[in-house]
Design a protein around this ligand. Structure first.
Ligand code: SAM
Length: 331
């Protein structure tokens, strides 16, 4: 069966396999296949769009793993689901179909403890969604991504594994002398990898449970000494970190523009802002860029370094990131 695979020279096979495993991208339903004549390996991946940009993703006929019973073997069709640690996430409108999929997932050889079905969009200030527990007992799990691990409870905090590649892209820009401030930090998927690159980090969140997980994740990843986790409204916390940041992360699409004055308060003389937004596909970067320039006013020169479409969000709507350099104007 043809599935998306990363094609990699054999000598880079193990390093690439381990990189993809860290990002939880290897599709265990298929065998990793060696093509001796080409001198390459084909590593099946679950989400071709999430594979790092420097890897070559192709479609390739690779054998299914015979030793494992997959949900599809039991159902007779290929179900759609996401995996986060040992939790499977479904997005099914029909309760009957959701239960059928959950049963097949539990009966299969997937290493799964819990199956959840989406009951709402992300909502409210904390951006947590409602879930229905279809199998298992706990909504807490450990997710691994690019060499970091995150303990989190889906019932209490926001988390999206779909942003893994984007977070890796941003983390790769972080330098050891950075002072990075995540204004909406959640359980720490930005600040933990930043701190692993030796940056000094502050993560703020209005959700106290997310901040408890962020502290735990800082400990688990050996970077507790470089992360300060603050529970509160970032607008109220910002005063303690005025002019502090060399790097700011704003991952609160839909309302980040309301916090740009706070971002300007936090920015040091030379600061890179990673600004996430959700906009219509026709001009997805313009509203964010306008809002950033308005907030910066005459205080900063604004240079947009990257305009990136992260993923499609809804029909005709895209989730985008602007990487913007703010340089204080000296008079
Ligand atoms: N950065 C994290 C990630 O990528 O997983 C979390 C992003 S989530 C979309 C937005 C986060 O902002 C939520 O955890 C929410 O609790 C937090 N939040 C919302 N309003 C806030 C505010 N005024 N001050 C601080 N945090 C806030």
């Amino acid at each position: 069966m043809e599935v998306p695979c990363v094609r990699v020279p054999r000598e880079q096979g193990e390093a690439t396999r381990s990189r993809l495993a860290d990002a939880d991208l290897i599709d265990d339903d298929y065998d990793i296949t060696v093509a001796d004549e080409e001198g390459v390996l084909y590593i099946p991946v679950t989400d071709p769009d999430a594979a790092p940009d420097d890897l070559d993703v192709v479609s390739r006929d690779v054998p299914e793993r015979e030793t494992q019973t997959r949900p599809a073997d039991l159902l007779g069709f290929e179900p759609s689901y996401e995996r986060l640690g040992d939790v499977v996430l479904l997005d099914e409108d029909s309760e009957e179909r959701a239960l059928q999929l959950a049963q097949a997932i539990v009966d299969s050889d997937l290493p799964v403890e819990t199956v959840l079905n989406k009951q709402s969009k992300v909502k409210g200030e904390t951006r947590v969604r409602d879930w229905e527990l279809l199998a298992g007992e706990s909504t807490e799990t450990v997710h691994r991504e690019y060499g970091c691990e995150f303990l989190l409870d889906l019932d209490a905090v926001y988390f999206s594994p779909r942003l893994a590649t984007e977070r890796y892209r941003v983390a790769e820009q972080v330098a050891a002398d950075d002072r990075a401030f995540d204004m909406f930090a959640g359980v720490g998927p930005f600040v933990v990898p930043f701190a692993k690159r030796s940056a000094e980090c502050v993560g703020v969140d209005i959700n106290g449970t997310a901040i408890e997980y962020l502290r735990e994740n800082a400990r688990r990843n050996g970077v507790a000494d470089r992360i300060t986790a603050v529970h509160g409204d970032v607008r109220e916390v910002a005063g303690e970190y005025e002019d502090w940041a060399t790097r700011l992360v704003m991952n609160l699409p839909h309302s980040a523009d309301e916090f740009l004055d706070t971002a300007i308060e936090l920015a040091g003389d030379d600061c890179v802002l990673h600004y996430y937004d959700i906009q219509h596909e026709d001009a997805p970067f313009d509203p964010g860029e306008r809002a950033i320039r308005a907030a910066a006013g005459a205080e900063y020169d604004v240079t947009v370094e990257t305009r990136r479409i992260v993923r499609s969000y809804a029909p005709h709507e895209v989730n985008v990131c602007l990487d913007v350099r703010l340089e204080r104007v000296t008079r």
